[in-house]
Ligand binder design. Structure first.
Ligand SMILES: [Fe+2]
Length: 249
């Protein structure tokens, strides 16, 4: 199995690429509009074909590239079933594995950051989306977020995975790429083992984070599987533009 972790710097998002070497099928988890061409290039360099995109949840900080990728290469679009999106081809359900060649992606319903959130377990790799982050977790103050529910998703589902499971988050704002269940259980400053639900709920309530500036455009756009809004203010156009420079020049 091919596995690549790809970074989108505008929203500090990670996109994950899985590829089946036997069938040439590739899947992208949480692709983002500005890095669409980069991701397609990564797949074509592998001699593979993108067959599906999968979303962990409806994002508030970027527009998914799902729709544009389907228009480009006719792949399928996967969204949580609970969202019931008419534009989606695959409706992701709890513990119903998705198979792409030899790759089995196991969805684990982990609400709390949003009410539709899934994590994906692929062998020893957990794509935790915006539920469990490295030394943190997703915020719970919009999109029907609920700190008590997130606490249960993390402690009763994710922290019960084997300690050696690698944790690949949906975001990191400090250039960290991967953690493990053991490390997060021991060191996560919000929810390490020993933190009570009440303490966690209090911590989340006291964060007082600013309202994200792109949410009012991102959420409606993502409910359409990644439609860039036509009324996007000029200072936000970058969220819907392709990146023109790559680090390699
Ligand atoms: Fe999110």
């Amino acid at each position: 199995m091919i596995f690549q972790q790809l970074f989108e710097p505008l929203s500090n998002s990670y996109t994950y690429l899985f590829g089946c070497e036997e069938t040439g099928k590739a899947v992208l988890v949480d692709p983002v509009v500005p890095t669409l061409e980069r991701d397609l290039e990564a797949i074509s360099k592998l001699g593979m074909k993108l067959v599906s995109t999968l979303e962990t949840h409806i994002h508030a900080d970027h527009i998914t590239a799902a729709l544009a990728l389907r228009e480009a290469v006719n792949c399928k679009i996967g969204f949580p079933a609970i969202d019931n999106l008419p534009c989606a081809d695959i409706h992701i359900k709890d513990e119903e594995p998705l198979r792409f060649g030899s790759i089995a992606i196991n969805p684990i319903f982990t609400p709390g950051h949003t009410d539709d959130h899934f994590s994906f377990l692929v062998n020893d790799k957990l794509l935790s989306g915006d539920s469990l982050l490295i030394d943190g977790c997703g915020r719970t103050d919009f999109q029907n977020g609920d700190a008590a529910i997130l606490y249960r998703s993390i402690t009763e589902k994710l922290f019960r995975l084997p300690d050696e499971t690698l944790v690949y988050p949906g975001h990191d704002y400090n250039a960290r790429w991967v953690s493990s269940i053991a490390q997060e259980k021991a060191r996560n400053s919000r929810i390490a083992i020993g933190t009570s639900e009440a303490q966690f709920v209090k911590t989340m309530a006291e964060l007082k984070l600013p309202h994200p500036n792109f949410i009012d455009y991102a959420v409606p756009g993502n409910l359409l599987c990644g439609q860039c809004p036509s009324d996007l203010p000029e200072n936000m156009e970058k969220y819907c533009q392709q990146m023109t420079e790559s680090p390699q020049g």
